[in-house]
Design a protein around this ligand. Structure first.
Ligand code: NCD
Length: 309
């Protein structure tokens, strides 16, 4: 198994499948009356969050606690970061306190890589700028596999603000590793430079792609990262790239609808679609805990991990 989880590209096919298989075992513990496993007793996991988060932070905290780790939650607001303390000095402080793992979310792409150079412990990327969010890709893959029985050969369509989405980037990398075919659908202004080199097809026509999709993953329009106007109006965006009830009807019978959350209901996804039985949005959240348990278990030295680094 790898030492840190910084990018979805760190995971080869065997490692990715090992995480997904381990997550199935972790999920089984959630249905027991005592949900805790003793695996990480005496180990310390720090959640280092420099950016707002609801589900990812709670999910990592729940996962670490279910493995019996001691969890310290750090949020940049109200800490010495607001006094100008650098990431390096914060890292040295965590190191001195004996953190075994640090889960980091940071507005700058690449911050987890720097952290990994300064710490002896394990670093897990919980979202860095517009770069990557590997555990989200793993929980999405887990959800596809549990709903559709496989990932290999699935046609996955990812729609919306690809430019600002670390979820899209990590998903494209992991899905490619696991043999799915990915199509990105977005306005040209919301596609990153160099997207041609990604292992994915690009389309601007959502209606043409939907009938050929097993999975549709809608992305949040990330207005907080936009300092310019990337599309004419919200209405125009929804008309061309939003998933409404009519478009839901164009999907094959078995297809599922995903969204990493938080959603802009009524913009990229209609409320009736978000709440429909085809939607896996709530499942994604519960699967997130099992997947993060598996990641921490394997990286912090649970049995079953393989040495390849
Ligand atoms: C995503 C994120 O923060 O990158 N959310 C999440 O982790 N569930 C996607 C988003 O913010 O749109």
């Amino acid at each position: 198994m790898i030492r840190h989880l910084l990018s979805a590209a760190d995971l080869g096919r065997d490692d990715a499948l090992l995480v997904l298989d381990t997550a199935i075992e972790m999920a089984a513990t959630a249905s027991r009356s005592v949900k805790k496993l003793p695996t990480l007793r005496g180990r310390t996991v720090v959640n280092l969050f420099y950016e707002d988060s609801t589900r990812t932070r709670i999910s990592f905290e729940a996962a670490a606690k279910r493995l019996s780790a001691d969890v310290i939650n750090f949020s940049a607001k109200g800490s010495s970061v607001s006094k100008g303390e650098s990431l390096k000095d914060t890292a040295l402080t965590l190191q001195a306190m004996g953190a075994d793992a640090v889960v980091i979310r940071h507005p700058e792409s690449g911050a987890p890589y720097r952290l990994a150079q300064w710490l002896d412990g394990v670093v897990i990327n919980a979202g860095d700028g517009t770069h990557e969010h590997p555990t989200q890709a793993l929980l999405d893959a887990y959800t596809m596999r549990s709903r559709l029985g496989r990932i290999d050969g699935l046609r996955v369509t990812i729609v919306g603000d690809v430019l600002h989405s670390r979820v899209a980037r990590s998903n494209v990398l992991l899905l490619d590793t696991l043999g799915a075919e990915v199509t990105l659908v977005a306005p040209p202004t919301l596609l990153p430079v160099g997207v041609e080199a990604w292992p994915a097809t690009v389309s601007y026509d959502l209606d043409a792609v939907l009938p050929k999709s097993d999975v549709v993953m809608m992305l949040r329009v990330q207005r907080e990262r936009m300092n310019d106007s990337y599309f004419p109006t919200q209405r125009e965006y929804s008309r061309r790239y939003g998933l409404d009830v009519r478009r839901l009807g164009a999907l094959p019978e078995h297809a599922i609808v995903m969204h990493p959350g938080p959603m802009n209901r009524g913009m990229e996804i209609a409320p009736q679609v978000a709440d429909s039985p085809r939607s896996t949005i709530v499942e994604q959240v519960s699967n997130g805990v099992s997947v993060r348990m598996a990641v921490m278990y394997l990286l912090l030295g649970g049995s079953g991990s393989k040495e390849n680094s």
